[in-house]
Unconditional design. Structure first.
Length: 115
């Protein structure tokens, strides 16, 4: 399996360190890169974008996304992500779903009220 063009755009945004074998591992960098690419191929474009833009999510009662230097989410997308993050779920899927869905009804109403 190979990356689609859209997937490849996101994978190319990942820092080179993403594909390096972690310290103390017996894996070579080439083997680790092959394994990582195999996992990434299974992700949607929005899930790959989430992997590039978000380095992790903190919090046990309320979740907060940590954005990478490569982050290209708009302010509205980041607000949708903040609202969508749920404790116990896979953040990569939650972030991708929030961006794909766009602003929720509450955000739309708030935007209209500010105008």
């Amino acid at each position: 399996m190979a990356f689609t063009t859209a997937q490849n755009v996101q994978v190319n945004r990942l820092p080179a360190a993403y594909f390096k074998s972690p310290g103390g591992s017996d894996m070579t960098d080439a083997a680790y890169k092959s394994m990582a690419e195999g996992k990434l191929e299974k992700l949607t474009v929005n899930q790959l974008r989430a992997r590039v833009n978000v380095t992790g999510v903190l919090g046990s009662s309320s979740r907060i996304a940590n954005y990478s230097a490569e982050n290209d989410y708009s302010a509205a997308e980041m607000e949708a992500i903040t609202r969508a993050l749920q404790v116990g779920g896979k953040w990569g899927e939650q972030v991708a779903d929030a961006v794909a869905a766009g602003p929720d009804l509450t955000q739309r109403v708030e935007t209209l009220e500010r105008a």
